[in-house]
Each structure stands twice: as C-alpha cells, then as structure tokens.
Write a protein that binds this ligand. Sequence first.
Ligand code: FUB
Ligand code: ZN
Length: 633
Amino acid sequence: MVISQSPITDNGAVVVNTSGRPNAAHRPVPLGAVRFTDEFLAPRLRINHDVTIPSQFAHLEDTNRLRNFQRAAGDVEAPFEGIYFNDSDVYKWMEAAAWSLATEPDAALQAMLDDALQEVKDAQDSDGYLNTYFTFERAAERYSNLRDMHELYCAGHLLQAAVAHHRATGSSAFLQVAIRLADHLWDTFGPGKQPGAPGHEEVEMALVELFRDTGDDRYLRLADSFLSNRGLKPPLVGGSPYHQDHLPFRELNHVTGHAVRALYLTCGAADVVAETGEAALLNALEAQWSNFHAKRQYVTGGAGARYEGEAFGDDYELPNDRAYAETCAAIASVMWNWRMLALDGDARFADDLETALYNGVLSGLSLDGQAYFYQNPLADRGHHRRQPWFGCACCPPNIARLLASLPGYLASTSEDGVWIHLYAANESRVSLSDGNSATVTVQTEYPWDGEVTLTLAPEQPAPFVLHLRIPAWCADASVRVNGEPVEAHPTPGDYFPLRRTWKTGDTVTLTLPMPVTLLAAHPHTANTGRVTLRRGPLVYCIEAADHPGVDVWDLQLPASAEWATEARPDLLGGVTVLKTTGILCDLQGWDDALYRPAHTPPAQTRETPLTAIPYYAWANRDPGPMQVWIPLA
Ligand code: FUB
Ligand code: ZN
C-alpha cells in the first residue's frame, strides 16, 4: 500500500505504471528536516562528522584514489594506482559528505567535497564516459569485460553520490556529470545497443534514483533492462550463481553468490518495483527475502557466510568464527529492507533493518570512528581487529554514507499520516498530505531503555494517523496519549496506528519493555546447544576484557540464569551490560586431546560472574576471545 524511494529525498516518487498501487503514498522525511538531538546518542547511530568523514578523505588522498582523477583529467603524469574499482570509494565518500552537509553544515567539509567534485568533473570525457582506470592505455578496453571490471558498479556509485549531492545541497553541478554518464550508458546499452549487465550490481538502484531526480524514464528502463539481462542463455555475465547470472532474477527464490552483489541487486529490483509495481519482480523479492530471513542471515543481521567468493552459503550454513559477514553486506541488507518496507509498510522489514543496523553494521566501525571491520565474525580468539583502511576499501565509505543518511530512515509520511520506524532522540519536521507540517520531537534513551516520548506540534490541529512501529521482539508494548493509556494492545511486529486530531503539545508515550531474551538457533546451524542474548534490538556477546583470567570460550550459561542490567556510561562509549552468574568449565584432561569418548565425566565447573556487552562494541579494548553463541550448561 505504500510506494517509496531511498530515504533521503524531498521529491515524491514518480510512478510510471502504478498497476493499481497508490501513487507516491509513502515518503521519507527529508534528511535536512531530521536532527538527532542526543549528543551522546548511543550506540553511535550519529556519525562522527568531525572524525570519520575527514579521516576517510585523508585516506583517499594518501592512497592516490583522488590522484587517479587528476591523472585521468591530464593534470598529473602518474600511473593509475590501486584497484580498478577505486573510483567507487571516492564516490561513496562524496555521498557521505553530501548527506553529512545536509544535517551539519561545515565549511571545511564543503571545501573538500567541492575539490573532489572538480576533480571528478575534470576527469569526465567529452562523451560522458567516466572511469579513471579505463583511460589512456586502457581506453580501448572500455565495456569489454562487464563481468569483472566493475565499470557499471563505479558508474552506479557516481550516480548515487550525484543524486545525494543534488538533494543535500540543491546544486546540480554533480547531477550534470551523472546525467552525462547515464546518457552515455543509455547510448551504449539502451534498446538495440550492446546487451549489458553488470558483474557487480549497484547501477540498477542508482539509475532508478536518477530517474526519480530527473523524471527521465530512460534511466528506469535501463535499470530494468540490466536486471532483466541476468540469467540469459547464453549468459551475459558468466552465468554463475556467484554473479546471480545462472537464472533470471524473476525466477530466483533464494539469495545466492557474492553477498553484496546479491543484496544490491535486490535493492535495484525493489526500486524498480516501487516505480512499476511489477508483480513478478515483487514475488521474486518476497521469495528471496524469506530465504534470507529464515535461512541465510546471521542473528546480527550479517550476510554472507563464506570467505570463498564473499558469498552466501547454503541454508543454515552460518559459521561463527569463520563468518564473512562483510560490513557492506549488512549495509546492503539495511538498504534492501528499507526498500521492502517502503513498498508495503510491513514491519517485518523494519525489524530486520534494525537488527542489521544495530549489530552487523555498527560492529563495522570502531568507537573512535576511524577503524573498520571488513568481516564481522561471531566468535574470535582475539586476532580479528578493526583496521584504519583497506586496499579494497569498500566498507569504510559505505558505512559513512549509510550513517550520514541515517536520519532519513527514522520516519516517513504517507497520505494518511506519519510513520515512525526507528526510535532515537530526534526532532523531525514532517510534511502532511494536507500541505501543513508538524514537528515531532522524540525523547528516548533507546536502545538502552524502551520508553519513548513523542511530542507533536502541528502548525494547526491536524487529523492524521501516527503509526508507531512495535518491534517483533517486544511482546508487551503499551501506549499512552497525553498520559491516558490507550486500550488497544499493540501487536508485536506491526505498526500501531493512532488516529486522532493532533494539536500542539500532544504527547504519546510508547513503552517497549526490554527483557533479556535467550535466543536459540535452528538445529541445522552450528549452534545447537548454544544460546545468544538479545535485549531490545541489540545482540550481546561475551568478551575477554570483562573476564580477567577466564577464557570466555570456556563459559557456559545456565538456562535459568537470572539477569541484571547495568547502565555503564563509562564503558565503551556508554552501554548497558547484562550480568549473571555463568559456569566456567575446567578444560583439564583436554590438553593433549582433540577428541575423547563422549561419556568421559564432565570437567570440573565453578560459578563465575558473566558480563555481556553489545556485539557492536566488541574489539574496542585489549584483544582477547569473544563469542556471541554461548553453550548452555
Ligand atoms: O567488488 C567491490 C566490493 O569489494 C564488493 O562489494 C566487496 O565485497 C568487495 O569485494
Ligand atoms: Zn565492503
């Protein structure tokens, strides 16, 4: 019942073929109209504009990613440096900078972005082509290897950055570069031209966004054709599951192959559905989402089990210490779930979005905002540490662009009212369908505490529906309006509609009790006999730093453990820890044995204090073992 676009726009979606769907019923609240109000917003949803974004710019300069553009423009004589898709890191950073400027004007950052834009513009060929790897000695190889060489992937990131820049700054300087490149793509791959599909998806969703920004439906048609050119016989891009090219997308009923590619592809498909309403595409998306949700997703929202091919494994193949769970893949999951949520307003997508965001994505960034995980394992012996940058640096600027755009994910509006998707302290100015606007102020310490107070201030008394998301993990939510309990009982995993004429000063208090929940995993995973801890949207883990003298891999949990929660503003940037008494197993007798008869009497055990921290915060102290799935005693 709702149709939307990416979260960060103030333009309505343009629906080409509504197929009976309502037109542009569901719109994200524009980024500039949402302001986080808690300086200490934990856990770290608020990007550190002063640290993360400028420090990444320094890496772009130091690694000559920006110099590659100067070279392509003929301004410096130097060899191309780095990986052939390094342009994409520059574009992702530019997208992050643009979204950041939308909420936090900053002259120094503006200057950095202006410089980068000038370099990008100067590097564009007169015919619109732009990729710094395929210049000079490699110009003849353009578009000759779409499967491997990421030209369309880089183009997609340019388009997304340009749309972000346009929406955030109002300037069309970058958009003009994008339009020239997209027109070049149309001239090359449009109807009757070279049949094409990208080996690494990304350009599909970018083209739909460009269509939304410009109204030029060639871009939407090109996105659809790239999507439809997968799984052809003979294949265009290798024909492998790795490339999602073994079957037509509309026949694919599971997520497979390279995880980031697979999930960027679903984003593109969801964007096309949002514009065309095509049922076959939507059915394929639903099937793939169900497979991902129920069989191929980590409890942290991480995606992609295998190092080999950075790929999804089979159903239930979800190893803990060898989890790949690339930060980019969790980001892609957030992006896909957002698009699915926008299609029909179904809260199950918001649940998965929130899980991936608070756990699988945030673990990718260090507490100081300058180091990153590429892989996000769920168990470790203390060797896996975040790095300041990578040779293949897809993850750092990806997390920057997601977090910089995050205010756009908090709420949206529809023809009947306002939808609150994520709970964080913020102030939003929302446009109502009658042309009036309202300010919604949210006060909360979520995710540490489930009390959320919303204060409304419409320009004038306004009848609309306030849709509050009730997370699936919350069995016992309750709502009060102006202090009076609302009788209806909110359903977990649904939106709770509050319909009335709102006036300035009205308050809504949502209470989301957050007990500690022990989760078990499907018996076909590697986690039989283990549990993990969840409180609110956060998945917890146990880490060496809280257990001096104890190897946390030797800890077990009594199923009947009593839990205490403790707010620790002094710890890990401010967290709530979970405490109980665990069981420490003595490994005596195992020293020289890898296997032994199962009936060997159990090792000695003793009770010991056990402290769990949010998973996203691990590996920010002295290295040591960590695990998410804890054996039951
Ligand atoms: O190939 C471009 C990016 O680099 C992918 O999305 C990541 O998985 C990494 O391989
Ligand atoms: Zn990555």
